[in-house]
Design a protein around this ligand. Structure first.
Ligand SMILES: O=C(O)CCC(=O)C(=O)O
Length: 284
């Protein structure tokens, strides 16, 4: 596909649904009641703050010990940042810990999204593909030591390495989402950008969007429309994003099959999760 097909587009205006080669966006996927039903399920989870590295996975040269910019919760399997994320072809083993199932309404939506994706993305759906993993991102502001709220609502350039299409549902304030070439900050490297609306669905599957380009959230509006219940002190979540992905079942491990040094690294997180989740309570 030629580069010219991907000229930078201005943020989506009022177009409700659109498909560009390898990407589908529906600004109004969830209406009022269905959105509230999903939020109701999500607000039961207690997200956690994670560190990017650990004893078994220290920072590579040039990188530093640091935390993630936002709290997260995973369903289906948990990819602890400190063990590194699922990353074919080499980063496969002992990265995905079996976790809670999707709640019922979320699962219904996922069934619908999978059916839509099969129709649209035919040749880009790997054998066995199903959206069995959900990362819940909580975007917002954190109170610093001086008592000031610091806006942390962004995610830097990255690719989602799980095979096949990825689907993303957004709720709350709008986010400026960009596909970019390379990792440079040069604005010329923004190939496509769009606002992700409250209640929207984005699916992308082509080699171009999945493997060649990076994506990022540049900023999240702060119009004071809604603050979600994240059960966290000193944090205010104004946007929740769910990204659904596929990890082949053989790479999702029960805790009993995780190597001891990895269990040691994630134990503090498991203990936190066990405070509020029956699933993790039974695990630790
Ligand atoms: O928040 C978003 O819209 C994107 C999140 C994302 O890129 C990710 O979770 O990998």
């Amino acid at each position: 596909m030629s580069q010219s097909n991907y000229k930078k587009k201005s943020p989506a205006k009022n177009t409700k649904k659109k498909i560009i080669d390898g990407m589908y966006y529906n600004a109004g996927f969830l209406n009022g009641p269905s959105k509230e039903q999903l939020i109701n399920e999500i607000e039961k989870f207690h997200p956690i703050w994670e560190e990017r590295f650990s004893k078994s996975n220290p920072p590579p040269e040039g990188d530093t010990w640091r935390g993630l910019l936002r709290p997260v919760y995973w369903l289906g399997n948990w990819q602890f940042a400190c063990l590194d994320y699922f990353h074919p072809p080499h980063g496969l083993e002992h990265r995905c810990l079996r976790a809670e199932q999707f709640p019922p309404f979320m699962q219904k939506l996922v069934d619908q999204i999978e059916a839509m994706t099969h129709k649209m993305a035919r040749n880009d759906v790997p054998k066995g593909w199903k959206l069995n993993t959900c990362l819940i991102n909580y975007y917002g502001s954190k109170r610093d030591e001086a008592g000031q709220m610091q806006d942390l609502a962004r995610v830097g350039d990255h690719k989602d390495s799980e095979p096949g299409p990825v689907a993303s549902i957004s709720m709350g304030e709008r986010a400026m989402f960009q596909f970019v070439k390379g990792k440079a900050q040069d604005p010329k490297n923004v190939v496509h950008e769009m606002w992700l609306n409250d209640g929207s669905l984005l699916i992308f599957w082509s080699k171009r969007f999945k493997e060649e380009l990076f994506h990022r959230v540049q900023r999240v509006e702060a119009k004071g429309n809604r603050i979600f219940n994240d059960h966290l002190d000193d944090y205010e979540t104004r946007r929740i994003n769910l990204t659904f992905r596929y990890v082949p079942d053989q790479y999702i491990y029960p805790l009993s099959e995780m190597p001891r040094e990895k269990v040691e690294d994630i134990n503090p997180y498991l203990e936190k999760l066990a405070k509020y989740s029956e699933y993790f309570k039974n695990l630790v």
